[in-house]
Design a protein around this ligand. Structure first.
Ligand code: RP5
Length: 162
C-alpha cells in the first residue's frame, strides 16, 4: 500500500523530485510515483487521485513547474492533504510555480513548500502520517537528533579552523 502518491507534471521534473523519494525511502514510507499534468492530461490526473485514494494513499505530493496547477487540481479531487512542490523551470525559475501552487481559493488548501523543496515535502508527508504511526514518529525524532549532531560536528570542525 502506498501511503504517499507523488505526481509530477512532467518527466522533466524527475531529477527535482528525486530528493523527496530519497527521504521517503529513508523513513521506510511506501510511495507511488507517476507523471500526470493538470493541463495535458486532466482526466488521467483525476483518475490517479481516485484510484490511489482507493488503494490507501493518505497524502499527495504534487511537483510541477511554470503555470503549476497540478497540486490545486489534485486538491479539488480529494480531501487528503496535498503538498505542492514548486519546481524551478522556465524563464521565471519557479517563482511562477510558487505563486500558482500557493495561491489557492478558500476551501482547497495546498501545503506549499519552498521552490525546490522536495525534501521538505517528504518530511511534511511523514509528519502527517506520523500522527497515527508511533514507529514513524520515532524515526522522525531520530532524524532530527542526527541532524542536530551533524550540525554540531560541522560547527566544531569549523571552529577549529579559526
Ligand atoms: C510543468 O512545466 C512541468 O511540471 C514542468 O516543470 C514544466 C515543463 O514541462 P515539459 O515541457 O518539460 O514537459 O507543467
Amino acid at each position: 500500500m502506498a501511503a504517499v502518491t507523488i505526481i509530477m507534471g512532467s518527466a522533466s521534473d524527475e531529477e527535482k523530485v528525486a530528493p523527496c523519494t530519497q527521504v521517503l525511502k529513508s523513513l521506510g514510507i511506501d510511495f507511488y510515483l507517476t507523471v500526470s499534468s493538470a493541463h495535458r492530461t486532466p482526466k488521467r490526473t483525476a483518475e490517479i487521485v481516485a484510484e490511489q485514494e482507493k488503494l490507501g494513499t493518505k497524502v499527495f505530493i504534487c511537483a510541477a513547474g511554470m503555470a503549476a496547477h497540478l497540486a490545486g487540481v489534485v486538491a479539488s479531487q480529494t480531501l487528503c492533504p496535498v503538498i505542492g512542490v514548486p519546481v524551478a523551470s522556465g524563464s521565471l525559475q519557479g517563482l511562477d510555480a510558487l505563486f500558482s501552487t500557493v495561491q489557492m481559493p478558500t476551501g482547497f488548501p495546498v501545503a506549499t513548500v519552498a521552490i525546490g523543496g522536495a525534501k521538505n515535502a517528504a518530511f511534511l508527508a511523514a509528519q502527517i502520517l506520523a500522527i497515527n504511526d508511533v514507529a514513524l514518529r520515532e524515526k522522525l525524532i531520530q532524524k532530527r537528533e542526527s541532524m542536530a549532531i551533524e550540525v554540531a560536528n560541522i560547527g566544531d570542525e569549523l571552529a577549529k579552523k579559526y
